[in-house]
Design a protein around this ligand. Structure first.
Ligand SMILES: Cc1ncc(C[n+]2csc(CCOP(=O)(O)OP(=O)(O)O)c2C)c(N)n1
Ligand SMILES: [Mg+2]
Length: 814
């Protein structure tokens, strides 16, 4: 029996230390529970906006955390406060700081107040954005709210251990000692029972079984996903039954599956010890279905569980409350005449836990409100100074008084009042105006840092700081297919960066569907150039997780049209890593895909507007040829930002001049290239349509239209130095061409050029856009001709702008 065996081992070792451990666990369970109880009250009393807590999951998490070692990683969800406390990465004060949205990273290291409470992360970067030693701390990747969104990244976090263990040259390199000790690190995943219904869960589970990575997957089964019961979520009403076919056998890969109960301390401890050992030593994934987990307070502060739980279940929540059960177990424990604690001793722990949590909560509130109070006093002084000298003094004083009377003022109240006053005195020559105005400007800058910084890397390695290097060429002109330029560049990258890995569907054995990795697996090994299953979401997840552990993955999505399967993880996870941790974590993943025109509805899409709107936080490169694409890969490898590179699908067999410095030349981001100079009209484009624009130049010249042709090269960032505006100052006319839907990326570019760059000041004609039709592109060359912009369309659109300007010189064609 579990109880006896734990006890006996313990007795043999040292009863005293066993006892201390159990009581320490009891204490932590109580502290965590009190935090949940008091946290809920803070929300209900209006001091915090939303609360979601880990009550009922304490015991299982304590058992898990006992096996958590330095260098290990967690990828979990909002119930995991006890794991975080147990591994020493969250204290009670920090928990409450998160609940209140304290924006100071010292007080709230999880997200600096950016994420709602219950979303956890560790600080894995120093203040310069460089990696800290991940091997001297227990790590947690930063949580996200979408259910099962933690799963794809978990796969990569676990796979990194496998790569580190099996990679011949990384093992001994000093610079990787801060990420691994021979690949012995485990990735702990947690998920709720209901969230196992999500696609990313199944995709991850399958992939980890195939890859055999050290992943310890825990399912906290409390029987509900908000109000919907497990039976409506899971086949057979049991995730371990549903996954039974995944069980590893002597002759197959697969999982070791464990089942335990959320209130059974001894069995939980034993199960986790066994399970984690298997994952760590043998790199076999394990799944722990923790049944009978309770949820004493219901789902969150948004509602009460009495709405959907019947009386029996509500009674069960009390009878099988995991901490009560733990207490029963402690009190009933007797081995060789020894006991762990008396009821009085446990009551003492409970009282002390309550007191500690109350005190920590108050300290968090004090620290949170102090900063705002300082701002408040400053602004009231400034407003009163303005009031003393204003004709609206009485009214303005009233604003200051109201502000002072606010019970729990927030920054919006403070800044809002100041801005209101400045608007009132807009016509006055008030000597105190400058002080107030300056204060507002300062506050806006400070709050930009608080709420809007770190969308991208702010380190010295930011992709925007990489020094550009032009491609060099031999005097005698050597031409080759675009795919060869890419392949030779990959070869050099794999040589220069031992931490680089390339993987995707068909990327390994055959070297990619377009042969841009031809021979690379043979040369660099199956570990570094590999095939994956058809599973775009977890291909990205592999990349994110590995990038979070110091590797430099290049994840390939076979076609741009299939990026949609991965947009959720790219948008919710990868694009927000820096932002949601305020620079505490990074995942410099390069995503490579190929797109724009080729053939048919799902092999010629160019949904760039959707992509750039969904992926703020990543850079998006849209090269017109493979030399440019290679130049972007090289820049991105030298930087530490995540990015997407869209290779032009019709460019693999196009001849390009072969550079002599493969792997070295670096294309800058956000710097358009003026490919042809002209005086009548600026045409702006990128990718495959850029090449069509270039092919139109001759006809346009014959029509006596002098075109300045600009390749924007990257959509995110877009023309950092406003070069396009300078071109408009010369031509006064603008045509933007791409093959996205109408108002897609052309709409974005129009806004950037006319509004952000103030380009509209230079225009003499209405700006024009030319894009594809709103439907998906039809199949075949005629489908392409009638769905996407053609040379005819480009020439005629440009001509129509000139016709409007000078109908005598450019008479209407139609
Ligand atoms: C993609 C997505 N859909 C819906 C939600 C809203 N939501 C938040 S938690 C939750 C239930 C999750 O239940 P379960 O996985 O069992 O975890 P538990 O809260 O019970 O621990 C839902 C539907 C969400 N966060 N993300
Ligand atoms: Mg649940």
């Amino acid at each position: 029996m579990a109880k006896e065996s734990v006890a006996e081992t313990a007795l043999d070792a040292s009863f005293e230390s066993f006892k201390d451990q159990v009581l320490e666990d009891y204490n932590l369970a109580r502290i965590s529970r009190e935090t949940s109880l008091l946290g809920r009250r803070e929300v209900l009393s209006g001091k915090a906006k939303f609360g979601i807590f880990g009550d009922g999951k304490e015991l299982a998490q304590i058992a898990l955390a006992k096996q958590f070692r330095d260098g290990d990683f967690r990828s979990g969800y909002y119930r995991d406060q006890t794991i975080m406390m147990s591994i020493g990465q969250l204290n009670v004060q920090q928990f409450f700081a998160g609940l209140y949205a304290h924006t100071d990273v010292e007080a709230e290291p999880q997200s600096a107040g950016r994420q709602m409470g219950g979303h956890y992360a560790t600080r894995n970067l120093d203040e310069n954005g460089d990696w800290v030693n991940l091997m001297v701390q227990k790590n947690s990747s930063a949580d996200i709210s979408p259910t099962a969104g933690q799963m794809p990244r978990l796969l990569g976090l676990a796979q990194a251990s496998k790569v580190y263990r099996e990679h011949p040259s990384l093992k001994d390199l000093e610079e990787f000692k801060k990420f691994t000790n021979g690949g012995n690190e485990v990735a702990f995943g947690t998920i709720g029972d209901a969230s196992t219904s999500e696609g990313p869960f199944w995709e991850t589970i399958n992939a980890a079984g195939v890859l055999q990575v050290p992943m310890v997957m825990s399912i906290w089964d409390d029987g509900y996903g908000i109000s919907v019961p497990r039976e409506k979520q899971t086949t057979k009403g049991s995730i371990s039954d549903a996954l039974a076919g995944m069980q590893k056998t002597k002759d197959s890969n697969g999982y070791e599956i464990f089942i335990t109960k959320g209130w059974d301390y001894a069995h939980l401890c034993e199960t986790y010890e066994k399970a984690v050992k298997i994952a760590r030593e043998k790199h076999i994934p394990v799944l722990i279905h923790v049944k009978e987990v309770n949820q004493p307070q219901g789902h969150s502060t948004s509602g009460s569980h009495e709405r959907y739980k019947d009386e029996d279940r509500l009674k069960w929540e009390v009878d099988f409350d995991c901490i009560n059960k733990f207490k029963e177990w402690i009190l009933s424990f007797k081995a060789k005449g020894k006991i762990i604690a008396t009821e009085e001793e446990l009551t003492e722990i409970e009282e002390s836990a309550k007191k500690i949590v109350r005190e920590e909560k108050s300290a968090a509130w004090k620290a949170f409100t102090e900063g705002i109070k300082t701002d408040l006093s400053a602004v009231i002084a400034l407003i009163n100074a303005v009031a003393d000298q204003s004709e609206s003094g009485v009214f303005i004083k009233k604003i200051a008084e109201n502000l002072q009377r606010e019970m729990s003022p927030i920054r919006r109240d403070v800044l809002g009042a100041a801005r209101q006053v400045l608007r009132i005195i807009r016509n006055e020559n008030n000597p105190a105006k400058a002080g107030l105005s300056q204060w507002i400007q300062d506050q806006i800058a400070t709050n930009y840092d608080r709420y809007s910084s770190y969308l991208y890397s702010e380190s010295e390695s930011s992709a925007l700081s990489v020094t550009p290097v032009p491609p060099t060429y031999d005097d005698d002109i050597k031409m080759d297919d675009g795919r060869i330029i890419l392949r030779d560049n990959y070869d050099k990258l794999l040589e220069n960066y031992p931490q680089a890995l390339v993987f995707g569907e068909d990327a390994g054995k055959i070297g990619g569907v377009n042969q841009s990795l031809e021979g690379m697996q043979e040369k660099h090994g199956v570990l570094r150039v590999s095939d994956t299953g058809i599973r775009e979401c977890t291909i990205i997840g592999q990349g994110i997780g590995m990038a979070m552990r110091g590797l430099r993955p290049i994840a390939e999505i076979q076609y741009l049209d299939y990026l949609l399967y991965a947009v959720q993880v790219l948008s919710d996870d990868l694009s927000t890593v820096q932002y949601r941790t305020k620079g505490g974590q990074k995942a410099p993943l390069i995503v490579s895909t190929r797109g724009h025109r080729l053939e048919g509805i799902w092999h010629s899409g160019s949904p760039m507007g959707m992509i750039i709107n969904a992926l703020r936080g990543m850079y998006v490169c849209v090269p017109r040829n493979m030399t440019k694409a290679a130049g972007f890969y090289n820049t991105l490898m030298a930087g530490d930002d995540p990015a997407l590179v869209v290779e032009p699908l019709n460019g693999y067999r196009t001849k390009e001049r072969v550079p002599t410095n493969s792997g070295e030349f670096r294309e800058p981001l956000g710097v358009p290239e003026v490919v042809a100079e002209g005086t009548d009209l600026t045409i702006v484009s990128y990718g495959s349509t850029f090449n069509l624009c270039e092919a139109s130049l001759k006809q346009l010249q014959e029509l006596e239209i002098s075109v300045e042709l600009i390749d924007v090269q990257t959509l995110l960032p877009f023309d950092i130095d406003h070069m396009i505006k300078d071109s408009l100052a010369k031509t006064n006319r603008l045509l933007i061409v791409d093959e996205d839907v109408e108002s897609g990326a052309t709409g974005f570019m129009l806004d950037k050029i006319l509004v952000e760059q103030n380009g509209y000041n230079h225009l003499d004609s209405a700006p024009m856009t030319l894009s594809a039709k709103d439907h998906r592109p039809a199949y075949g060359s005629d489908g392409d001709y009638f769905s996407k912009p053609s040379i005819d369309d480009i020439v005629e659109k440009a001509y129509s702008i000139m016709n409007e300007t000078d109908p005598i010189k450019y008479p209407a064609i139609y």
